[in-house]
Ligand binder design. Structure first.
Ligand code: PLP
Length: 376
């Protein structure tokens, strides 16, 4: 099997699994219990929080463990807006966000917040100028993802943060799920940032929200003192402890893996350009880990199934939208043709992919196109 769907999820690193299993087996306590079993779990979990904070360059109190990035995003958008309603009601969200951000913003609109969606340009990004033009005196929150999950387009989040911070009462959240440990994330310039463990060879059901200490937030999950009163429910100590290892290993390999993936991406772009009817939808300067492509004569579904039958796993659109029959909203927002947005597939690469797999992919695509009578 060739797995080119690493933006959907990744395999778990054996080292991470080992930590998780060891903690599950040996640390049974609830980190909020006062007895020794609880204290042991708390010590390890707080150690993990400290290590993660050091790796991100923030304070331990600024790391909130969550169950996934969707939860972190919901918390950042709804939790922040509800707690800061006295400052204003205007919220800006890019129109290419993951559904967890988009739907959270739509939920706020139902609660009479003034929600506006920022347009992406033909390169798939929101420009700092666009943010500047849409800011109002009562804008309290701007959210824009770092790397788009369908296209790999990289938003200039550092510059966007600078624009947002020209308004003293406005804060900036960035969904960094697809960028973290692939390119540098400017955590020092962000007020809130989302990370998911299972996208970086960690555990499913584990994520975090980085939230600067001074920001007020309403808990979305009520129920207790956990995570500084911001997330009720017994802490998933084994997952939270394993997250430090996940992050450390991912960051240690960032540069080396990037170089390898860049070569794979460049090879695929070169070879695809030689195939008649091939479309490369990702911008030239996109993150190399994501390559959005299509073929004139084959719809997304037909191509995805044909590749699957040959043992190659890819996505059409993002996985969270894979059961909706509509065209890709992101390609539509970039102004791509209807054909491009109904004929696209997303290849997404990870540390275990090889150049041989890329060569095999091109060979297989040519076979499929030939089998469908599209002689090359
Ligand atoms: N944000 C982005 C950009 C994503 O690509 C995804 C998952 O595909 C998510 C958020 C949601 O991640 P999780 O599965 O951890 O909720």
């Amino acid at each position: 099997m060739i797995y080119f769907d690493n933006s959907s999820t990744t395999s778990v690193r054996p080292e991470v699994l080992h930590v998780y299993e060891q903690v599950l087996e040996t640390v049974c306590g609830n980190p909020d219990s006062l007895h020794q079993a609880g204290r042991k779990a708390r010590t390890l979990m707080e150690e993990s929080r400290k290590n993660i904070a050091r790796l991100l360059g923030v304070k331990p109190s600024e790391i909130i463990f969550t169950g996934c990035a969707s939860e972190s995003n919901t918390m950042a958008i709804i939790g922040y807006a509800l707690a800061n309603i006295n400052r204003g009601r205007h919220i800006l969200v890019s129109n290419a966000e993951h559904p967890s951000v988009r739907h959270a913003a739509e939920a706020l609109a139902e609660l009479d917040f003034d929600v506006e969606f920022l347009p992406i340009n033909d390169q798939g990004i929101v420009t700092p100028e666009c943010v500047r033009q849409h800011m109002k005196t009562d804008t309290i929150l701007v959210s824009c993802m770092h790397v788009n999950n369908e296209m790999g387009a990289i938003n200039p989040i550092g510059e966007i943060a600078d624009v947002v911070h020209t308004h003293p009462t406005c804060v900036f959240h960035a969904d960094c799920v697809q960028s973290f440990s692939k390119i540098d994330v400017p955590f020092d310039r962000l007020d809130m940032a989302t990370i998911s463990a299972h996208k970086i060879h960690g555990l499913k059901g584990s994520g975090l929200l980085m939230k600067k200490q001074k920001l007020k937030m309403v808990p979305i999950i009520q129920g207790g003192q956990q995570e500084n009163g911001l997330r009720g429910g017994t802490s998933n100590a084994p997952a939270n402890i394993a997250l430090a290892k996940t992050i450390r290993l991912a960051l240690e390999e960032q540069k080396e893996t990037y170089r390898k993936i860049e070569q794979i991406n460049q090879y695929l772009r070169r070879e695809l350009a030689k195939i008649p009817g091939a479309m490369i939808n990702s911008p030239a300067d996109a993150l190399p880990y994501i390559l959005n492509i299509g073929f004139d004569q084959m719809t997304s579904e037909v191509l995805l199934n044909a590749l699957d039958a040959k043992g190659i796993c890819v996505s059409a659109k993002s996985t969270c939208s894979s059961h909706s029959a509509n065209e890709s909203e992101v390609l539509k927002a970039m102004g791509k043709s209807k054909k491009a947005s109904t004929h696209m597939i997303r290849l997404s690469f990870g540390k275990d992919n090889t150049m041989d797999e890329a060569v095999q992919f091109i060979k297989t695509v040519k076979e499929i196109l030939n089998a469908y009578g599209l002689s090359l």
